[in-house]
Design a protein around this ligand. Structure first.
Ligand code: FES
Length: 87
């Protein structure tokens, strides 16, 4: 019965402001995290264009919930939190 869980969906703002303010590094961290924990298939990463929220960036959406000012510590904590919840 398990195994039908939806993957965690991460939508990363790839607009130039968010990208240069931290999402470039966040993407790298997320990829490393997925590899390290063997989460391929459990996490889906998508990029999206600027949504006009640049001043609060870097922005990232986790399962439809928007997070602002996401730095490397925040992204790792979010992944831990969400993937544990899904267990
Ligand atoms: S660049 Fe991300 S909201 Fe504008």
């Amino acid at each position: 019965m398990s195994g039908t869980k939806q993957p965690l969906e991460l939508a990363i703002c790839m607009g130039s402001s968010c990208f240069s303010r931290g999402n470039k590094r966040n993407i790298k961290l997320i990829k490393e995290y997925i590899e390290r924990h063997g989460l391929c298939g459990k996490v889906v990463m998508k990029g999206h264009l600027c949504e006009g929220l640049c001043k609060d960036g870097p922005n990232l959406t986790v399962d439809g919930q928007v997070f602002n000012c996401v730095d490397s510590a925040t992204i790792l904590a979010l992944l831990d939190q969400h993937l544990k919840i899904q267990e």
